[in-house]
Design a protein around this ligand. Structure first.
Ligand SMILES: [Zn+2]
Ligand SMILES: [Zn+2]
Length: 850
């Protein structure tokens, strides 16, 4: 246990510990003030020194296997999942720690409610992220990844205080894992859900690989920020579009964070529109199929645009234009698709005929039309669509307004001149018999007109495109396909999986559109599984997001070498009860896990179709009001803070910054408040070791109010207000001369999920033999919270002899009378004269005899 040796500093040695890394307490003198580095030293009385016990408890929990769950025999299974990290060499990011700690607070709280909580962890170590770091360091990714994982696990993840069950640790890079990633690909292939096709794809010139649509943010590579180029390449796709409608429909039932659902709904982008065909002038045998979401604007059509590789182009382009069109097709095969790209296009010399007016509408080829979007052909209405407007301006095409805002003068569109496209619905003008209708009325009428003639129909389209999973890189699972000259693409037989990633010297990306594996003859050359003829292996590897699309299925069965998941364990533990993670994966990982789960369900491998019963997105954190980034130099290194303040302080501080689902702002100044809080808890508990067990009256009420608040807040992931309630409660306990054992224990139990080390240590010091983390969560009594009745202690000469229930509105005189007549107290009063009666409001009546 390396981490214990390295941090096992003797108590009191804190002040002399050197500061090793940049982001440690050296930067934080303002947080502590008065020239002292460590606030712990400032506090008099019993000393809270996390170094004296955090390593001890880490070791003991591990030794006792406290967080290991007997998966087969657990009575109340609860699967608490968090997104496993990319083990980059930069180390665990503070955003990861924030996410993991919040998830762990939930898991610990569920465990204290009697659930058998399974909280596994693993490493998502394949992919560009890891490989790029290896390139930077010039170290083979296999070596670097192993080293990073070791550091993540031992020096970081084990110290943050999470209740991880390490006995089910996963590495996506292990052949025993990616064997099943490949197996899933083969199942999808057999079901027709994996397909190789030529399509316009996103190419990152820096990473020298294609990217999925979801990995392109505002025209730039999600990983490196380069402006992405478009290339036409033959690639492997998973047919997520087959599931577009179900992925959309299921959103309504999901208990997932609303912002994730909104993002997914937009990404799927369902539109209802009109698909229709138009005749082509001079070519009676040809028609062009067009899709539009705005049939009401059809009279404003001034051009038709075809995607650059639309099959019609070769057949219709007039001879004089063929060369220009061919040149254009060649040029756009490799273009940047960044946001401010100029519009380009080329005329085919041919016209379509407007379905209502028979007017000639020029047919253009333009790369703003994507091959897979709609029919690969659009009707261009510049007046009512921003992209069409940009194209018309660039090409000098006419603009014809046919829908006007309701408040505009109803006049011929030629007089209605405006610079911008009018994209909202309105009133139709210059639209034949439809003029004067609203957009909504016209939409229905126009679609009906096409359907009556059989030249068009209502159609639903989705923005979602198929998931491109080929990567021309080294560090990933080889796609398990063999190309036979006779049989074409043949999946590798399941008993020959995994297709092991060969350990090669030349693993750097080469940029020619093929993976470095293509140069490895011993890998490439194989035989066809069907006929035994010489054949070649696919040399691309699969997308890292395929690895992470199913890891939650593997955790419970991580040691099963015979199958991807054990059906019995899967029935018992899945779907995941709660997954918490960052919202940045809303249309990537979180869409892919839903798709893969749905597909595996349909193929009969799973009896559920939704991966996570609940998903909550944690917020993001900023540093001193600014976005955290390397370029700003404000990266928060969790190690430094944990080293100097301890894991508990770091955990509580992270959870106290703001509402967990909203995020918060990290400031060094804020930490000292949490240091003081835990110090005060420490002192309070140790000062009051032997006291009366049960609180009464107002004190009992305050305790139950706190239990209620903390319980409700933790359930709602409002950790910040739960901590605030605990701070208030601590304050009321500190104000008092005496505190009962029950109150101290309640305080510790409520704090345990947030600060697992200090509560465990104090729990032991209060005399408990078993872990606080196996204790039951306190329950609140509704009757104790009611304001109507209170319990008062009755003392005789300072010793508690009885307790009375009394209305909280009773007067002092009434209370004193009732105390005097209390049965048990009377026994001690027999034969004595009452000298005086001391009344302490809300607490007690002390009867003093002469
Ligand atoms: Zn890139
Ligand atoms: Zn063959």
């Amino acid at each position: 246990m390396a981490e214990i040796e390295s941090s096992g500093v003797v108590p009191g040695a804190a002040q002399s510990t050197g500061v090793e890394s940049k982001n440690t307490v050296e930067d934080i003198p303002t947080a502590i003030g008065s020239g002292q580095k460590y606030p712990i030293a400032r506090v008099s009385g019993p000393k809270y020194d996390f170094r004296a016990f955090e390593p001890k408890w880490r070791a003991r929990w591990e030794e006792q296997k406290l967080y290991q769950v007997d998966l087969r025999h657990a009575k109340r299974p609860y699967y608490n999942l968090m997104m496993f990290p990319y083990p980059s060499a930069e180390g665990l990011h503070v955003g990861n720690v924030y996410s993991y700690v919040g998830s762990d607070v939930h898991g610990r709280w569920m465990a204290m409610q009697g659930y058998d909580v399974f909280e596994p962890m693993g490493f998502d170590a394949f992919g560009i992220h890891s490989e790029n770091f290896a390139i930077k360091r010039g170290i083979h990714p296999r070596i670097l990844t192993a080293r990073n994982i070791e550091h993540f696990r031992e020096a970081q993840l084990k110290r943050i205080g999470n209740r991880f069950d390490w006995s089910h640790e996963l590495h996506t890079t292990s052949p025993s894992y990616y064997r099943w990633t490949q197996w899933i690909f083969v199942q999808l292939f057999k079901a027709g859900l994996a397909e190789r096709k030529t399509a316009p794809v996103n190419w990152c010139p820096k990473d020298k690989t294609v990217l999925a649509d979801e990995q392109v943010i505002d025209g730039r590579c999600e990983r490196c920020g380069s402006v992405v180029e478009r290339r036409w390449l033959e690639q492997w796709f998973l047919k997520i579009t087959n599931y577009a409608q179900r992925l959309l429909d299921d959103l309504d039932q999901l208990d997932w964070s609303e912002r994730i659902k909104v993002a997914q709904r937009n990404w799927i982008g369902r539109s209802e529109g009109l698909e229709f065909s138009m005749a082509i002038a001079g070519m009676p045998e040809e028609r062009v199929q067009v899709y539009t979401t705005r049939p009401d604007t059809i009279f404003g059509m001034t051009f038709v645009a075809l995607a650059p590789h639309h099959p019609l182009i070769a057949r219709i382009t007039s001879p004089a234009y063929r060369e220009a069109v061919a040149r254009y097709q060649e040029a756009v095969s490799n273009v940047q698709v960044g946001e401010n790209r100029a519009m380009t296009g080329v005329f085919t010399g041919i016209y379509a005929l407007h379905p209502f007016t028979d007017e000639r509408v020029p047919i253009w080829v333009a790369d703003f039309v994507l091959g897979e979007h709609g029919a690969g052909a659009v009707m261009g209405v510049p007046a009512h669509d921003e992209t069409d407007m940009a194209f018309a301006r660039a090409m000098g095409l006419p603009v014809r307004f046919v829908v006007l805002p309701a408040h505009a003068p109803v006049s011929p569109s030629q007089e209605y001149v405006q610079q911008e496209a009018f994209v909202r619905p309105g009133i139709l003008v210059d639209s034949g018999e439809y003029s004067g209708m609203t957009s909504e009325q016209a939409r229905t009428a126009i679609i009906d007109w096409f359907e009556a003639r059989g030249t068009g129909k209502r159609a639903v389209k989705y923005r979602l495109r198929d998931w491109l999973i080929s990567r021309q890189r080294y560090w990933g699972p080889p796609i398990p396909i063999i190309y036979c000259p006779v049989h074409g693409a043949v999946p590798v037989p399941e008993d020959q999986l995994p297709v092991v990633l060969p350990d090669v010297e030349n693993w750097m990306p080469i940029g020619t559109g093929t993976s470095p594996l293509a140069a490895v003859e011993s890998f490439v050359n194989t035989t066809c599984p069907i006929c035994g003829r010489p054949a070649r292996r696919e040399t691309d590897v699969s997308d890292n997001f395929l690895d992470s699309s199913w890891y939650f299925l593997r955790y419970p069965s991580s040691d099963d070498e015979t199958q991807p998941w054990n059906p019995e364990l899967t029935r018992k533990w899945l779907p995941v009860d709660m997954c918490i993670g960052g919202g940045e994966h809303s249309v990537l990982h979180l869409m892919y896990v839903r798709f893969i789960t749905l597909a595996l369900h349909d193929l009969g491998y799973l009896d559920f179709s939704i991966p996570f019963t609940r998903f909550r997105a944690n917020g993001t954190i900023t540093k001193d009001g600014a976005k955290i980034s390397k370029s700003r130099g404000n990266v928060v290194n969790p190690d430094g803070y944990i080293e100097h303040f301890g894991a508990d302080v770091f955990r509580v501080y992270l959870m106290f910054m703001g509402p967990y689902e909203g995020g918060g702002d990290f400031s060094d100044r804020g930490i000292s408040g949490v240091v003081r809080f835990l110090n005060r808890v420490w002192q309070l508990v140790l000062r009051h070791e032997a006291v009366a067990p049960e609180p009464v009256g107002e004190e009992k009420r305050a305790m139950h109010i706190t239990i209620k608040r903390v319980t409700e807040d933790i359930a709602a992931l409002k950790y910040n207000t739960a901590i605030a309630a605990l701070m208030e409660y601590l304050h009321t306990l500190e104000e008092r001369r005496a505190v009962t054992r029950t109150e101290l224990e309640t305080l510790l139990l409520l704090l345990a999920p947030l600060a697992p080390y200090i509560t465990e240590e104090l729990w032991e010091r209060l005399g408990h033999q078993t872990s606080i983390h196996t204790a039951s969560w306190p329950t609140f009594e509704a009757t104790s919270i009611q304001t109507g009745v209170m319990t008062m202690l009755v003392q005789v000469n300072g010793r508690v002899r009885d307790r009375i229930e009394i209305s909280s509105t009773a007067s002092e005189e009434e209370i004193k009378q009732q105390a005097l007549s209390a049965g048990k107290a009377q026994r001690f009063l027999a034969g004595q004269n009452v000298n005086k009666i001391v009344y302490v409001p809300g607490r007690l009546v002390n009867i003093v005899t002469a």
